[in-house]
Design a protein around this ligand. Structure first.
Ligand code: 5CA
Ligand code: ZN
Length: 409
């Protein structure tokens, strides 16, 4: 699949700082020191509806991670998937009388437009589940040969008991895992499973549903977790720097992904850090396609909202916080954008040399974007108060906002 066009990232004077970030697996903060090529996998959308503010907030968090790395003069190798075949996509297609493949293609195209408008850096590899099937099948076969997978009425399950490290990503107990598994695509109550938590690797073809050649597995379609593992192992390999996604993916998705990969390769870790963004809510409930309480990026854009204001609305919240989307959040972002644009449109202003370091430090400190915004707010206020004759300052502030925050002034 093709990704979307990259917006240019201006270079800044001096050099950036290593990122100290909260790692779900250890429950603490780690200093990430990637090699010259930093490697990140971020779980992509299931394209049965448009990009909502929750998705955008999660992708914003991982865009910041990359901007911090680029500022340290590293290259970034970024991979993202598209879950273009899965139960919710098929269900929505049936409900709407739509063709599932057309629905997926249409929503993925809209997602690309939204990401471009928000100045999110594109992945180097943007890969669909369907196009990955030839990579997924051999992995499932290998797991079965290794005794880590078993068959149940034609479906193939992964045995969580085959991974001695199972549970290390989420740190949850069995009961909590069981509840989340039932909530998030698992089938803990299906009779005949070795462990209720065992996730499906390959689903045998169902009547009326699309299916693909699974070689020795028989015709069917891939499970969710093995999809991301196949794509990450193909394009990043083991031990990549960050596995990212929203906090709703901690369990089962990222736990199972780590287990699949660790059993497949005999190596540890799958990812060096597991980083999770908080959930965005609307009217007191997590924004979700299944509940339908959504604010779409594309709808705001159609209403004439500047994408830079949408981006500022996301940045005003710490990525790990759960927060609520309201009109006031957007209103405040629109006002801030106006103040910043007015401040950088003047021919000179207060020196911004210290500001570069303040924004760098805020982001290196577990992506503290609210603090980064506050630093630019202070510069804009000093500018409005008429202090300073540094001719390079307005341009430098524009470059900082663009390079580190993805905000075009
Ligand atoms: N295709 C899978 C991942 S492999 C999936 O979870 N798709 S999704 O469309 O449901 O979500 C895409 C990304 O947005 C995931 O990282 C998910 O954690 C995140 N996300 C979904 N809803 C929210 C929300 N309300 N707030 C923040 N992030 C969210
Ligand atoms: Zn995923």
């Amino acid at each position: 699949m093709h990704a979307w066009p990259a917006s240019e990232v201006p270079a800044l004077p001096g050099s950036g700082r290593d990122l100290r970030i909260h790692d779900t697996a250890t429950g603490g903060r780690v200093t990430l020191v990637p090699g010259p090529v930093a490697r990140i996998y971020v779980c992509g959308i299931t394209p049965y509806d448009a990009t909502h503010m929750g998705h955008a907030a999660t992708y914003n968090a991982f865009d910041l991670v990359q901007r911090v790395w680029l500022d340290t003069k590293r290259q970034v190798h970024y991979v993202q998937n598209v879950t273009d075949i899965d139960d919710p996509l098929l269900e929505r297609a049936v409900a709407n009388g739509d063709d599932w493949a057309e629905l997926a293609e249409r929503e993925t195209a809209l997602f690309r437009e939204d990401m471009t408008a928000l100045r999110m850096l594109p992945p180097r590899h943007y890969i669909g589940a369907v196009e990955s099937i030839p990579k997924i099948v051999p992995l499932v076969e290998r797991l079965r040969e290794a005794g880590a997978a078993y068959e149940l009425d034609g479906d193939i399950y992964f045995s969580v008991g085959s991974d001695t490290r199972f549970g290390e990503v989420s740190g949850l107990d069995a009961e909590a895992m069981r509840l989340l598994s039932a909530e998030r695509g698992g089938d803990p109550d299906r009779p005949g499973k070795k462990n209720p938590l065992d996730p499906m690797l390959w689903m045998a073809a169902r009547p009326g549903e699309p299916s693909w050649d699974g070689a020795s597995l028989g015709p069917g379609r891939p499970g969710w977790h093995i999809e991301c593992v196949a794509i990450a192992l193909e394009h990043l390999g083991m031990g990549f720097d960050v596995q990212g996604g929203g906090s709703d993916l901690v369990f089962p998705h990222h736990e199972m992904g780590a287990s699949h990969a660790q059993v497949l390769t005999g190596e540890h870790p799958y990812a060096r850090t597991y980083v999770h963004a908080g959930m965005v809510a609307l009217h007191g409930e997590k924004m979700s396609k299944s509940k339908g309480n959504l604010v779409f990026v594309s709808a705001l854009r159609r209403d004439g909202v500047d994408p830079a204001a949408i981006r500022l609305a996301l940045l005003a919240h710490h990525y790990r916080a759960d927060w609520e989307w309201t009109d006031a959040v957007l209103h405040e972002a629109v006002e801030r954008l106006g103040r910043w644009r007015a401040a950088v449109s003047r021919p000179d202003g207060p020196s911004a040399d210290a500001l570069v370091e303040e924004v760098r430090e805020a982001l290196a400190d577990d992506l503290d974007s609210p603090r980064a915004l506050a630093a630019i707010d202070r510069w804009a206020a000093a500018q409005a108060a008429g202090g300073g004759t540094d001719e390079g300052a307005p341009g430098l502030v524009s470059r900082v906002a663009d390079a580190l925050l993805g905000v075009a002034l």
